[in-house]
Write a protein that binds this ligand. Sequence first.
Ligand code: PAF
Length: 281
Amino acid sequence: MKVIHDIAALRQWRRQLTGPLGFVPTMGNLHAGHLSLVRLAQQHAQHVAVSIFVNPLQFGAGEDFDRYPRTLAADIEQLESVGTGLLFAPDAATLFPIPQTCHIELPPLAQDLCGRSRPGHFRGVATIVMKLLQLLQPDMACFGKKDYQQLTLIRLMAEAFNVPIEILGGETLRADDGLALSSRNQYLSAGQREQAAQLYATLTSVAAQVQRHGLHDLTRLENEAEAALATAGWQPDYIRVRDRRLDPPQAATRDLVVLGAARLGETRLIDNLEFIVTTPG
Ligand code: PAF
């Protein structure tokens, strides 16, 4: 695997490449979920590039930017083990030679769900993803479905800016008890880790209730699910059932997703579950 840290070398590498390029942007501290995105990209493109950059633009004041795990040597080993072609691992001075005063402005969805408690987060994500897409010029890019709102907004952004790229969503990988794999899981204490699968269990239960009873009483279901998490010691941020574009579902909507975010101690976890409903709303 070639490892590149600077932009001139990246552009030179890109120019000599023939055949489709797949791209997996990451913030490093890679786990099996990231590697499954690399494999997904390999199924769709002849070459695969991964980026590792802990993006300061997407962290708010008081969030975990400083303590976000940086594990480049271990990440390189993992990427090599799955046959990644290129790792682009720039530092902040390389990506921000001038202060980033231009940003991507996103539709109102960016202020909803996770955007309510993380103002500016998706603007920071979209801005860095757009920069990386300009640098890598990939034909396709893979993002994990665990960050469903991020994936939805990036799809919208790519379409709105006519970026000639296919965006693919990779399925969420889970531990045996259902907890979605995430770099932030390592912040959990042993006790919290035992409890952490409750978020996925809650989403599963909401999906099952919607499948049984339809969509007519969603707000009550969402409120009850948040209350159950709070009783179990979580600080729930939201539990919401949406259509697959993340709009509130209409009575006739069949393809749904239930999304949740909640804090366990200091650690904010997110998860979601796509499901189909057959009972009329
Ligand atoms: O999902 C992530 O790891 C990040 O939000 C991304 C897409 C790499 C942008 O920094």
